[in-house]
Write a protein that binds this ligand. Sequence first.
Ligand code: PMP
Length: 441
Amino acid sequence: MSGMKARRKTPPAPRSTARSQAAFEAARRVLAGGVNSPVRAFKAVGGTPVFIARAAGATVTDLDGNTYIDYVGAWGPMILGHGDKRVEAAAGKTLQRGWSSGIPTEIETRLAERVVADIPSIELIRFVNSGTEAAMSAVRLARGFTGRELIVKVEGCYHGHVDALLVRAGSGPATFGTPSSAGVPAGVTASTLVVPFNDLPAAAAVFDRHGPRIAAFLVEPVAGNMGCVPPAEGYLQGLRDLCDRFGALLIFDEVMTGYRLGLGGAQERYGVRPDVTCLGKIIGGGLPVGAYGARAEIMNCLSPEGPVYQAGTLAGNPLAMAAGLATVEALHEPGVYERLEAAGARLAAGLQEAAAGTGAAVFTTRVGSMLGLFFQPGPVTDWTSAARSDTRAYARFFHAMLERGIYLAPSQFETLFVSLAHTDEQIDRTIEAAREALAGP
Ligand code: PMP
């Protein structure tokens, strides 16, 4: 790292947020907590959320006219950037033809063909409306296919707000989970075992103890919900081997990593083939979507072919399918993932250097265009180490960046996403803002 001098500048003039604040007050009168998903409410960083009026390219603009370079990207789907014309055209065409009938349409088959061609572990797929549904249904399918009950999940991994998966901390490798949300009966999580991320001995121990009763091991192959935490060398292959030895299914939750880390997702990047894959986010191009897929033998357990029931009024909705297909097709253009890799690397290196120059304890992680920014010296390899981060320092940094026109996730434990719309100039402006923000007022 170069010993770049910390630059202290006069802080930017406070931006106006009056309209966003009024909008939040109005929202709170009629929406629970003023939002439709908790992290949006800024509770983890303090203050009140900005309300977005427009989004274009790599930026979002709030009701008060402040424009921010956006690293949330709708929590992952907007890999092409906001307002992509190809997606707009595809969705527009679908709108003209009618956007929902609940009767089969060919666009569902087109997107399925695309995914099946890109992800070799998937022979058949089923579309749902969210990542939550994808994970919930994948677990049911795994239980139905194996005739077993137990699910192993990994501490710090998030699979949506499925009752049985809302289990965070198990102390020790074989701890039966206790719910981490009110309203989840202990009986529902009693069949969920929790192990730490990147800990093969813990996984082996849980299989040694409960192997014949384990239906599936469920993991984010790159953890993206405790910040971004890459898998250790050999971890995913070790899980593959354990599942094979004990006849359990390996489920990769690629809701975040699918099409983010390459056309074949994390499983292609790390060369490990799961039995079942969960998808979401990018395959809907920013419209509500989820999906799960596997080889035919497993997927044929699903209703109407088999005994595992799962259905959806709006599943495979043509508008979401059209936006998703246009997004995925755009990702097939040559050089796309190289560009994402280069942009991610530029941002990560710049942030690390900015931190080094100010003496701030910041540990960055990166896989492709997914970045983690931990306020601690590191290393971060699992939930225990991620949780050592200074969340108050992150909150201060978040607000200092917001003041400088950079929109980061309003929580330490989220992943930052770079899109194809981010220019080098925008990334460099972000790094410069970080240098100032880390230097303090
Ligand atoms: N799995 C993973 C890995 C996720 O990151 C998320 C959402 N961030 C989900 C599942 C849940 O998806 P949704 O919010 O669409 O229900």
